[in-house]
Write a protein that binds this ligand. Sequence first.
Ligand code: ZN
Ligand code: ZN
Length: 571
Amino acid sequence: MKAGVAAVWKSRYLLPMKIAKTVLLLLFAAAIVSVAARAQSLAPIPRDLAPGFETIREETLRADLTFLASDALQGRMSLQLGDETAIQWIVSEFAKAGLHPAANGSYLQPVPLVEYRPDRTQNSLSLMRFGKETQWRFPEVLGGYRQDTDLTAAVVFAGFGITAPELGYDDYTGIDAHGKIALIFDHEPQETDANSIFNGTGNTRYATTRVKVLNAQAHGAVGVLIVAEPNRKHPSNQERVARIGGSAVRAAPLPSQALAEDELHIPAAIVSDAVAKEILATAGAAPSDLQAAIDRDLKPQSRVLPDTQATIHLRNTAVIRGTSYNVVGLLEGSDAKLKSETILITAHHDHDGMSGSEIWHGADDNGSGSVGVVALAHAFAANAQAKTGRAPKRSILFVIFAAEERGLQGAFYLAAHPLRPLETTRALINFDMIGRNETPSDQTNGLLEIPADTTNRLNLIGALYSPDYRRTVVEQNKHVGLVLDDRFDHESALNVFFRSDQFPFVLKNIPAFWWFTGFHPDYHHTTDTAEKINYVKMAKILRLAYLCGFQFAGETAVPRFVANPGVKAAD
Ligand SMILES: [Zn+2]
Ligand SMILES: [Zn+2]
């Protein structure tokens, strides 16, 4: 700003020094007027919400985030010391804010985990056909499971692996998957069709691996093989992950973690196009024709594959058990009737740890969201205590999840073991990466349009699933003035809809958005550091969330959840 003004003066106003100073003063005065005018164009904050609103300050966010992303916290890897320090810091902040310990009198909800390190040199998939055995290993086959596995079974082709009764679509019609290995395509039918009942060009909940493997399990399958869609117009999941790059420099691959008692209990592996083609050789149609037929008619092409037996062989180099924690604090609502209902405000505290002496600082991911939830806990509590303020009518449960980077483990755990009834959980605000300006990187190049100026822009993920929630955010934004964006709801290459902690709650039909400032070249790299954060924007996002939280907590008509946003309502 300063440099810009000086440049204008130098090039265009060649005036004597004294006059120049006056011009600068005038310019400065004009700038103040224009800032004031812009401030005036924002709707004023309701008086009874102002005390809490005013506690959200850039300097506090900066100080807290500089600590969470410091070398001392060693990248906050789940089950390691740095993350435990982060957990203790959050506990002390929730206590200072005066929140109630929400897990049986504790701020800590234990999340029992199994950590395992798949052995890529051992893991294999074998195909037995015509008395001949073909074997593949990494990278043709990428598998991992929390326990050693040796599994041999016949293979069935199960289309996209989707059972969606409300869309009249079921890939398991006409096949018996009991005791079999199911080979399925990734994602979902009609991905590039804006009018598809599968949420147009966006993803539905059915497109994610976990939902597909659970569905295969429900149909009696004993294992799952997943291949990227043969006619895809985007990189496969493996190709997309390889583009992040930050993990490629690690001496040892990141560990995998799973819930110790997960409802999912069959193994899955990703296979290459070539492997799938060979397995499908007895299907009677080429993989691309099978997909084309499903895309055309939305009728299953599922079939038993004649003379096709496969063996999945999985080993780990190490398996340990450990416990991480969701940090949970409750602010009780003020309304006798509504206080039994819940608004969730969430983030995750873990990140990707260290490799050798290198630290994945995770300032944006997700120091920013963790600090954000802490700031909102203080803001809501301060407003409830202030003479001119008030408490929210419904109760607010603040949660900072464990092990998101290891597969949303803490969020899946809370969704399976809720501390408050999910039926009366009215809305969820999840922060994951709310501190940066979105800029081009290998993660998004060629896959997503990024607007030129993102300094004041916020992405909302999942808005199609609750237009009511979205309306509230747009309405409250009149007080804050961010640019709101829903690009990620209309693309399916980046899988963003599944990639943060709001998703397990979307699976439970709860209006839940991920608030996200987008990707940048430091995403999942050691260079995601605290001084690169746009604290001005981050504070605005939190102020908007504060106002939305009060709205969700007080309104009579709560946001509805739309299960099938691709299906046009009958008029
Ligand atoms: Zn994250
Ligand atoms: Zn991450």
